[in-house]
Write a protein that binds this ligand. Structure first.
Ligand SMILES: *[C@@H]1O[C@H](CO)[C@@H](O)[C@H](O)[C@H]1NC(C)=O
Ligand SMILES: *[C@@H]1O[C@H](CO)[C@@H](O)[C@H](O)[C@H]1NC(C)=O
Length: 263
């Protein structure tokens, strides 16, 4: 099980999270070229102790008013979404900040089973699409799985060191390989159970992984948005690949039901 000690800063407000979730690191990856991932959203929660917003999860802008993230990122308090960012600490002119009007976690989200860990966020206003802020297209083939062995990319501001307390300041990416469900199920001994709605991706050398803070961020395979960071081991571990919510037909239909034809 995964520990969330990394976000001690906001420990008082994350007590509801179970330890298996990533809350904040991309390990063994590298910084992306600034603004080369213009769909990336930083989901930030208000921390009363530091009197500021802190990065908690990643997400992807899928419509001008909608961000897709993980349900375990749901927060009861003041939250905002920052788009167009590369460095979270700089006051970049490219950034657009929004309050979150509605959080729509999947109604069947189950923390313990790591099931249906997907959530839509409705922004207070429409994002302005430009060089720094763009939409990430959902998969058009709703029934396509991801073949084991496929190389995928995860992008996030999660910490870059195991047990890091802090997110990365700049956006990072790491390349991982999809692991078949049978192997992944035996790696996790069925806790959680790797269903058809989850996929696993890891690094056979056990030095790369997505991490706590990367939660909610996109898994992109061959240029297609295929998954959402949900859970994984404490430290990169070849025996425990990261777990991703697959953008399966079930979830794509649910997304359509909520956002309809809105843009
Ligand atoms: C959310 O926070 C408010 C204010 O702290 C509290 O009154 C309310 O019960 C909380 N709701 C949930 C679902 O935890
Ligand atoms: C969609 O994916 C399924 C399953 O991989 C595949 O059989 C089918 O040919 C794909 N359809 C299109 C239009 O690419």
């Amino acid at each position: 099980m995964k520990s969330l000690q990394y976000i001690l800063l906001i420990s008082s407000i994350v007590v509801s999270l179970t330890p298996v979730y990533h809350g904040v690191e991309i390990i063994g990856g590298h910084e992306v070229r600034p603004h080369s991932k213009p769909f990336m959203a930083s989901f930030q929660v208000f921390d009363k102790i530091t009197d500021s917003y802190v990065h908690d999860c990643g997400g992807a802008l899928i419509r001008r008013r909608w961000v897709l993230t993980a349900a375990h990122c749901k927060f009861n308090g003041s939250i905002r979404v920052v788009l167009g960012a590369h460095s979270l600490s700089w006051n970049e002119k490219s950034q657009q900040k929004f309050q979150v009007e509605e959080q729509h976690p999947h109604p069947d989200f189950n923390k313990k089973a790591n099931a249906n860990d997907i959530m839509l966020l409705k922004l207070s206003d429409e994002a302005k699409i430009n060089e720094y802020v763009k939409l990430l297209t959902l998969p058009t083939n709703k029934s396509a799985d991801v073949t084991p062995g496929t190389r995928c990319t995860v992008v996030g501001w999660g910490g870059t060191e195991p047990h890091s307390k802090y997110p990365s300041d700049t956006l990072q990416e790491v390349s991982l390989t999809v692991v078949d469900r049978e192997t992944c199920n035996s790696d996790y001994h069925g806790y959680p159970k790797i269903t058809q709605d989850l996929i696993c991706a890891g690094d056979s050398q056990g030095i790369k992984d997505s991490y706590s803070g990367d939660s909610g961020g996109p898994l992109i395979c061959k240029g297609v948005y295929k998954g959402i960071v949900t859970a994984g081991p404490d430290v990169p571990n070849p025996k425990k690949p990261g777990i991703y919510t697959l953008l399966s037909k079930k979830y794509l239909d649910w997304i359509e039901k909520i956002i309809g034809v809105q843009t």
